[in-house]
Design a protein around this ligand. Structure first.
Ligand SMILES: *Cc1c(COP(=O)(O)O)cnc(C)c1O
Length: 425
């Protein structure tokens, strides 16, 4: 006999608030204290000078990142959003050029394309690990396509091998948004280091953070230089630095502070261990939920690891007829935290539906630079849309610590609800 569901008046499975996920310790506090005592909180100068590449902590952080990710160039920035803007700009994306991007990412991934007046073209995701479907990408390629921005969503690599092969066949550049998957591995190496440029986030909500921050990586010294220029007032520097190609060298201030860089180095030392804690949470959840009927647990492809920024499960509608929202209500009533219905559909945001980005008159879709016919209609990404609307339940595993005992409790709560799904009718 099962216990009464909490939603129907029974006792909840979980009766305490889970601790927030917190990757910080005394090392970061000490690193920050030393910078503050020295007084030099940012040493960047927006001129071609010794200060152009930032202060000692920023540069030490970059060298440490390069070593940890085994890649020759790391460029620290003040957010992954900044990093994505720098990356797309560095690829010399032209106004009106199409850039293929996922509907399942953060809005910033697509906005970074618009910043350079490129045209985001959304390619549907595949239902296994929710990365862009290589076949959908290929269908979206036109003579106007210049680049692909691929997101390693939820903590698992997109199908990067196939995507890089498609890009090579069509002469396209690729940016990898690895904000949710630092330290994850795929068949071609560390996530974020596979494409022409990779971008990591150091935002508070990610595996490791500096409050706000980000890092771009590349093997191409020319791309690294363009990102360094865009980071730091390019237009004011190009003459003295004798830069010949001026394409997209409008500079921003994307500079990371010295305190953040010093803390970032400490965080980087902990990255592998912290990512392993999320892998442990995800693996333990799968042990609990793997045999619930009509529930598909996350897929980990051969040769890949999953660092579970989000633990996403999918309802099989041919088995489970109870509406997802009703199931979520039951799980929440049992005390399961951080559980959300669906994920996102960036192509359906007002900016794309109404094509209002720069000014009121449809630029950059209108105005003479863009000659294609991109569609943002509902139905252009059917897999993403159906998962979001009806079948995905996303547990945000980077929001809480999720001790072993708490993971067990979440598992019990799911099993309790699943044993009594009929009661939810
Ligand atoms: C968090 C996130 C970003 C943005 O990172 P910020 O550092 O907050 O700018 C971009 N892309 C994805 C997939 C993210 O999850």
């Amino acid at each position: 006999m099962s216990e009464q569901l909490a939603l129907l008046g029974g006792q909840p499975t979980i009766r305490h608030d889970f601790q927030p996920y917190n990757p910080y310790g005394g090392e970061e506090a000490e690193a920050a204290r030393l910078v503050i005592e020295g007084g030099a909180l940012s040493c960047f100068l927006g001129t071609w000078s010794d200060g152009f590449y930032g202060g000692p902590h920023v540069q030490a952080f970059e060298r440490a990142w390069e070593k940890a990710f085994d890649i020759p160039h790391a460029v620290a920035v003040n957010s992954a959003t900044s990093g994505l803007i720098a990356a797309v700009g560095a690829l010399e994306v032209e106004p009106g050029a199409e850039v293929i991007v996922s509907p399942w990412t953060m809005s910033a991934t697509a906005a970074a394309i618009l910043v350079w007046n490129g045209i985001p073209v959304f390619a549907d995701i595949e239902p296994e690990t929710f990365g862009m479907d290589p076949e959908a990408i290929e269908r979206r390629i036109t003579p106007r396509t210049q680049a692909i921005v691929v997101t390693d969503i939820f903590g698992h690599a997109a199908r990067l091998g196939e995507i890089m092969d498609i890009a090579a066949r069509h002469g396209l550049k690729v940016v990898e948004d690895a904000a949710q998957a630092p330290a994850a591995v795929c068949e071609r190496g560390l996530v974020g280091t596979v494409a022409d440029i990779g971008v990591y986030s150091l935002n508070y909500h990610k595996h490791i953070h500096t409050g706000e921050g980000g890092v771009c990586v590349t093997r191409d010294p020319a791309l690294a230089e363009r990102m360094q220029l865009i980071r730091n007032h390019a237009e004011a520097v190009v003459a003295d630095k004798h830069v010949s190609s001026l394409a997209n060298l409008i500079g921003f201030n994307f500079r990371l502070g010295e305190i953040e860089a010093a803390m970032g180095r400490e965080q980087l030392r902990k990255l592998k261990g912290l990512a392993a804690t999320r892998t442990r949470v995800g693996t333990a959840l799968t042990a609990h939920l793997g045999n619930l009927e009509g529930l598909r647990v996350p897929v980990v492809r051969p040769g890949c690891t999953h660092v579970y920024y989000v633990y996403g499960v999918v309802l099989d509608r041919s088995v489970v007829e109870i509406p997802r929202e009703r199931i979520l209500d039951a799980l929440r009533a049992e005390g399961v935290p951080a559980a959300h219905a669906g994920y996102t559909n960036i192509h359906l945001l007002p900016i794309f539906q109404q094509r209002i980005a720069y000014g009121r008159h449809g630029f950059p879709w209108s105005g003479g630079f863009y000659e294609g016919e991109v569609s943002y209609e509902r139905g252009t990404c059917p897999v993403a849309e159906a998962l979001h609307a009806r079948t995905l339940i996303a547990l945000h595993t980077c929001l809480h610590r999720f001790s072993d005992e708490e993971v067990d409790l979440v598992g019990h709560a799911f099993r309790k609800v699943w044993n009594q799904l009929e009661q939810l009718r």
